[in-house]
Ligand binder design. Structure first.
Ligand code: KG4
Ligand code: ZN
Length: 331
């Protein structure tokens, strides 16, 4: 079964064709980063306008690269939530047109489920149940995944997401947008124990809070003690390792308590090399199997939506033409 996946929840116009949920036939990402960079973050209205301009070209390219015709598509899957509302509406509306025009099912996909599915594209043999850890620019969730379409939230951020924290600190340090990769580049050169950063305490041991850490890092930067390249490398290393340690400790505890022997990482921040390594080491120590998406599939892409769309379709999740987009939706 060939599924066309459309993703437009933020600043990537992304379309892919995936066969039976596991084989990528094409995966085209048009990134708007160079446009939003000059504003230091994503400008929602510009994002919507760029999606509407680019989406038909990206769909055509995905079909051509897959070596098929539009008529060969069996279903169209689209991110309908969560995300920037104007951006989501562009993809949802385009998908409706394809569904109506070709008479094929319209499959709604939650963006966070899509991130998890990037692992189905990376590991042929991966199947639920497992513990999912989704870390991105807008989200930070620990979820119990008992089937392809059955998710239970175990913990979540009560304020900022880790990607948001990295983006903010990068901006304060003048390192540019998106910040995660810029922080990582310096962090690998720095001393991780140089600055003692705060560890948040929360009632639910599996919830996250990153806003105190953000204030803590900003206060250090604004105090004037960050003077040279080495200082920047050290604050980046201290921050990156602190985030990695918080994520890993909670994820390992949750895996043990809820009896999962597999942890599946997902989301843009799962591309972080330090976070990947700290997770690997901890999982090895604890005898837990760790799955990380292939690096090109960590960020937003259409293939993850097509993959999850295949499983949603099999589970009977088909939308009618009154499908709406939602800015917020748990998972
Ligand atoms: O999943 P994603 O592409 O979009 C959302 O759904 O939010 O994640 C984007 C986030 C940004 O905050 C970006 O700074 C972060 O992922 N990111 C990284 C890395 N690459 C992207 N964070 C840390 N290390 C990276 N290598
Ligand atoms: Zn995302």
């Amino acid at each position: 079964m060939k599924v066309l996946g459309i993703e437009s929840s933020c600043d990537e116009t992304a379309v892919a064709v995936v066969e039976d949920g596991r084989t990528i036939l094409s995966n085209i990402v048009y990134s708007q980063i160079s446009i939003h960079k000059q504003y230091g973050g994503v400008v929602p209205e510009i994002a919507s306008r760029k999606h509407i301009e680019k989406i038909s070209y990206v769909v055509d390219e995905a079909i051509n690269r897959a070596g098929i015709n539009l008529n060969d598509i069996d279903a169209v899957a689209v991110t309908y939530a969560p995300g920037l509302i104007g951006a989501l509406l562009t993809g949802v509306n385009y998908a409706k047109g394809i569904s109506y025009g070709l008479g094929i099912p319209l499959v709604p996909v939650n963006h966070l489920r899509g991130h998890i599915a990037s692992n189905y594209l990376t590991f042929d043999n991966l199947e639920p149940p497992f513990l999912g850890v989704i870390i991105s620019g807008g989200h930070s969730h620990i979820v119990g995944v008992s089937s392809y379409t059955d998710y239970k939230i175990i913990g979540r951020t009560v304020d900022d997401a880790p990607g948001e924290l990295f983006d903010k600190i990068s901006r304060v340090l003048g390192l540019g947008y998106p910040g995660g990769v810029e922080i990582q580049k310096r962090a690998v050169l720095g001393e991780k124990n140089h600055y003692k950063l705060t560890t948040p305490k929360l009632n639910n041991p599996y919830d996250f809070s990153f806003s105190g850490l953000k204030t803590n890092a900003i206060n250090i930067i604004r105090s004037g003690i960050i003077k040279c390249t080495d200082d920047i490398n050290d604050i980046c290393a201290s921050l990156n390792y602190k985030v990695a340690d918080i994520l890993v400790e909670k994820s390992i505890c949750a895996a043990k308590e809820f009896k999962y022997n597999k942890i599946v990482l997902a989301g843009g921040v799962s591309a972080n090399l330090i976070i990947r390594k700290v997770f690997c080491d901890a999982a090895d120590r604890e005898g837990i199997q760790l799955y990380k998406p292939a690096l090109p599939l960590c960020g937003d892409n259409g293939a993850m939506i097509a993959s999850q769309g295949f499983y949603e379709f099999k589970g009977g999740n088909i939308a009618s033409l009154n499908l709406n987009a939602l800015a917020t939706k748990e998972i």
